[in-house]
Ligand binder design. Structure first.
Ligand code: SF4
Ligand code: SF4
Length: 164
């Protein structure tokens, strides 16, 4: 293609690409129509991510601050990059009189997580799931290391893992 042909083609492509932007700019500006785009973070109070959005891993807690995690460590094993650490201990189960594992802390390193979802798939108790929070920007890296079990939380008494 000739030099001038290239310029003509590039100009045509540019106009084509800017057509919608230009239409909204001129038409909406002169007719005072409602602008349909809202800039983040102006819409931060109303912005809701779609259901399948992968923002972070969170742990389910019921209204009594109880969770389903029995510290089986399956999620820790499944995670390909060590983003999960399960800290557990043993205590005597009052029902059986036998020692039983319990969760002390479910540590999640958001800064390393690739949102692959393998931990959620591996969890036999549906104890962890996707959270939709995406406001993760911070100047302190330590803020990205989280405890998924809430302070003072405990295992749901008598909860039976349906997949065991
Ligand atoms: S989503 Fe993937 S990378 Fe993130 S904690 Fe789970 S298994 Fe690890
Ligand atoms: S979150 Fe699920 S897979 Fe991970 S330790 Fe708890 S019960 Fe096991």
């Amino acid at each position: 293609m000739s030099y001038f042909g290239d310029i003509a083609s590039a100009t045509k492509t540019l106009i084509s690409g800017m057509k919608i932007t230009g239409r909204y700019f001129f038409v909406n500006f002169f007719t005072r129509k409602e602008i349909i785009t809202v800039e983040y973070p102006d819409n931060i109070d109303t912005l809701k991510m779609f259901d399948r959005f992968r923002g972070e891993i969170v742990m389910y807690h019921d209204e009594n601050n109880q969770h389903r995690c029995d510290a089986c460590t399956m999620c820790e094993i499944a995670c390909p990059n060590g983003s999960i650490e399960i800290i557990w201990d043993k205590a005597i189960n009052e029902e059986t009189g036998k020692p039983k594992k319990f969760l002390e802390e479910h540590i999640y390193h958001l800064e390393m997580c690739t949102m692959c979802g393998l931990c959620i798939e591996a969890c036999p108790a549906d104890a962890i799931m996707w959270g939709q929070n995406f406001h993760h920007a911070t100047q302190d890296r330590s803020h990205l290391t989280k405890s998924l079990n809430q302070p003072g939380s405990s295992f749901i008494p008598g909860y039976k893992n349906p997949k065991k």
